[in-house]
Design a binder for this molecule. Sequence first.
Ligand code: 4AZ
Length: 489
Amino acid sequence: MDINSGQPPYYENHGYQPENFYVTRQPVDTNMYPQYPHPYYPPSVPHYVTRVPTHQTAPPVVQPKPPSAKVCTPKIKKILCIVLSVAILLTVAIIAAVLIWYFVISSCPGSSIECGSSGTCVSPSEWCDGVAHCPNSEDENRCVRLYGPNFILEVYSSVSKSWYPVCHDDWNDSYGKTACKDMGYNINTYYYSQRVASERGSTSFMKLNTSAGNIDLYKKLYKSASCLSGTVVALRCIKCGISSKNANLQGRIVGGSASALKEWPWQVSLHVQGSHVCGGSIITPEWIVTAAHCVEGQLSSPYYWSVYAGILTQSETGYSSAYKVTKIISHPSYNSDSKDYDVALMKLQTSLRLTDAVGPVCLPNPGLFFQPEQECWISGWGAEYQGGKSSEVLNAVMVPLIERSTCNSVNVYNGLVLPTMVCAGYLKGGKDSCQGDSGGPLVTENNSVWWLVGDTSWGTGCASRRRPGVYGNMTVFTDWIYRNMQANR
Ligand code: 4AZ
């Protein structure tokens, strides 16, 4: 659901919706700032020109011949043969291209969801219904989510078609690790399971049937009206969102100031051929979230990219070790014209070593609320003024969220801000993300935890009046991110 579609004052993260939920396409923004920099361009649309043989077939006929012999000279046969072969080859190539498109590139039609990357599609009603429809049971694996600012573990009941918190009675870390693994996390990052007083008046829980023996966690869980301890499970699959940042300190980007180490430990610099190109955010030791527009065309090959973490200045890339990328996954609904679904995942060849200066940001849980003007922070090595070169130092600045309705008004972006986007910044201008900040984080602190609200996506120029920054709406992407982490472990 649209995080801004509810009535003010809240931006509500509903999470776990099929990403095909939003189908509106907006007109192309001709004023959109171009991708930075332009080292490569995707190939232009190929033109298939049918070649027609132009050479003369035979000299003028002197002696009359029977009509059949006239048509079927060996030369004509040869030409026919070539034309036929070319036609067959073209047909085979087209069929192969269609098959590749269907099995590799295509996402599922309508609102149906793809089973991992298998190409099998199932309808949303078949997910978490207790019956496996996918080849690897992906549709029944992750019927589990972390809800709200306290990471309350919830399990989906296919019977009641609803999510319920898990009663802490008989819960242990082994169950916690299983739930985390099913969400797409590696059990090595498991942080803790904690008991939290259940909300007053709660009457529905999922409870463990401990006598059920050694069966699947979800088969052990049943819906119950009571929970003896009155406590539910709060589950942390990774220690995320820890920053040394003092929220009151005013911290460049445009109009910002230089950051200190450990303030933005999730911030990474993404390099191509020794140059900073885009930003990104660490979400696990092996996964980076960035913008799809950063990895378009030729740059969709992991081969080009190097990832630097735990650095403040670009000169540090000269002697600190680069992490290589094994896989790049762009959102299948990404639209390069409208910047709809501008999000991509990078999987690293080797896991990052987490320290105080290198650590993940938390992905927004469903049920996490953002105020309409929630204070958020952007960081990056992007230009410090429109048209400038990328910065040597990591800059950061506070930017408040701007309601989508305001951002879409005629004198701001006039309808170009889609439900997959959030606006942040100042209508008066002055503080903003800029060229080279793309893909980097828009974060906010809530409950002593830093959450990834968005990824830097686009804007007209930088820090101009009535042209705030536009960011990918992470709330809409989390389900896709978890599914891909799970399917590409
Ligand atoms: C860019 O090209 C870019 N002011 C990033 C953010 C904004 C504009 C351009 C928003 O990377």
